[in-house]
Design a protein around this ligand. Structure first.
Ligand code: PSV
Ligand code: MN
Ligand code: MN
Length: 388
């Protein structure tokens, strides 16, 4: 069983990556609600992300989305991030908001459209080089609304060929992170609907291709921790997109809908030592804060991940293994539940004090006056990108 000092040291080493789009205005297809002080450009999004790191000490990187975060000089954007104490994280491509992609992007039946989509990814790889990022993250909206609309098999062949072209352009230290999602915007068939399809493509591509698991991208009732275990077993869990769902891809704060699921996921992670930075699993937040204030919501999300990790680290693995070996069902389940039911907030507050941080990061942010400053300085903040 780990000591509290060991738990603290391990939590301290975890960096959660935030997403640039979480700080911009967002909404549903019914309405985007504007909020005061939202960033007007990628530089301001990074400034907001840096606030999350400043008060948590646990959010050292921020993902970008291209072209939402297109700038003339990405090296300057990376310098700006470093000046504020953070780094540029994964570069997310976007081949779902152009009319040309109505029938798909990398799997489109038209070779010219596929070439355009591949080309966009090559430009994203240039952004990796300019920013020092190592992760190209791909989520595709490709799919079909109607049976017969296109050949399911041919689409996989086209997709594999497009991905191979992109993969061949990566530098040695780059990774291609391939996300899956079971439906939406396509309603009949999605070209990468599940972890099996993503993993199949990654295995064909090579060691630098890994799967992204977005917690909101599964059917209700899916045992996500089982998928986590299998991807780790295959050595192909590249990244998480953490968020919460009640119904579909809700993108609510991680740990808000089902903190017990988050704990179960982190238990599988800890069981296979994948929380260590050396495992290179990129723990990201893919969330939108449509009605709640954005920076405190991202802070809260980081704290929720830390709490779940601390609980997972507190599992008495010796007692658990013994109960499992003895066939002691209640004892084994009890070992997990004891850890889950531990209030780790005092332990994390004391960790923050050791780090020179305020034990209550949200209160510290709210006292800082940052929100009042940006509300006064920034007029007409940008929309995150959806429906823009
Ligand atoms: C669309 O479902 C999505 O939410 C995916 O989860 C991506 O990761 C994200 O958008 C950003 O492209
Ligand atoms: Mn995602
Ligand atoms: Mn999503």
């Amino acid at each position: 069983m780990r000591t509290h000092d060991e738990v603290k040291a391990t939590v301290r080493a975890l960096g959660v990556e935030t997403a640039s789009w979480a700080f911009a205005n967002s909404g549903t297809r019914f309405k985007v609600f504007g909020q005061p002080g939202v960033p007007r450009d990628p530089f301001e999004k990074i400034a907001d992300a840096a606030q999350v790191h400043r008060y948590t000490g646990a959010a050292p990187r921020v993902s970008l989305h291209i072209p939402w975060d297109l700038v003339d000089d990405f090296a300057a954007l990376a310098r700006h991030a470093r000046d504020l104490g953070v780094e540029i994280g994964a570069i997310n491509s976007n081949v779902f908001q152009d009319d040309d992609y109505k029938l798909g992007s990398l799997a489109n039946p038209d070779p010219a459209v596929r070439a355009k989509a591949v080309d966009h990814h090559l430009q994203c790889i240039d952004v990796l080089r300019a920013t020092g990022s190592t992760d190209l993250k791909i989520w595709l909206a490709d799919g079909l609304n109607y049976p017969g609309q296109d050949s399911l098999r041919d689409r996989q062949e086209r997709l594999a060929e497009s991905l191979a072209t992109i993969y061949a352009a990566l530098d040695d230290d780059h990774r291609l992170l391939l996300e899956y999602k079971f439906f939406e915007p396509a309603f009949y068939a999605t070209d990468i609907p599940d972890w099996g399809t993503s993993l199949t493509h990654c295995l064909a591509l090579g060691d630098q291709a890994q799967v992204v698991l977005d917690t909101g991208h599964h059917a209700p009732g899916t045992n996500i921790e089982f998928i986590v275990m299998m991807l780790l077993r295959a050595g192909r869990l590249g990244a998480f997109d953490f968020n919460s769902r009640f119904y579909a891809d809700d993108d609510l704060m991680v740990g808000a809908a089902d903190p017990f699921q988050l704990f179960r996921i982190l238990h599988e992670i800890v069981s296979q030592d994948a929380h260590q930075p050396a495992s290179r699993v990129n723990f990201m937040l893919d969330q939108c804060h449509n009605i709640e204030p954005k920076i405190p919501a991202v802070i809260r999300s980081v704290l929720n991940v830390q709490e779940a990790l601390a609980k997972a680290l507190l599992v008495d693995s010796g007692a658990l293994a013994k109960a499992q070996a003895d066939g002691d069902v209640l004892g084994a389940n009890g070992a997990l539940m004891d850890a889950y039911n531990t209030d780790v907030r005092p332990l994390l507050a004391s960790l923050r004090e050791e780090q020179g941080l305020d034990p209550d990061p949200i209160a510290a942010y709210q006292r800082s006056g940052y929100f009042e400053t940006i509300s006064a300085e920034r007029a007409d903040g940008a929309q995150a990108g959806w429906g823009a």
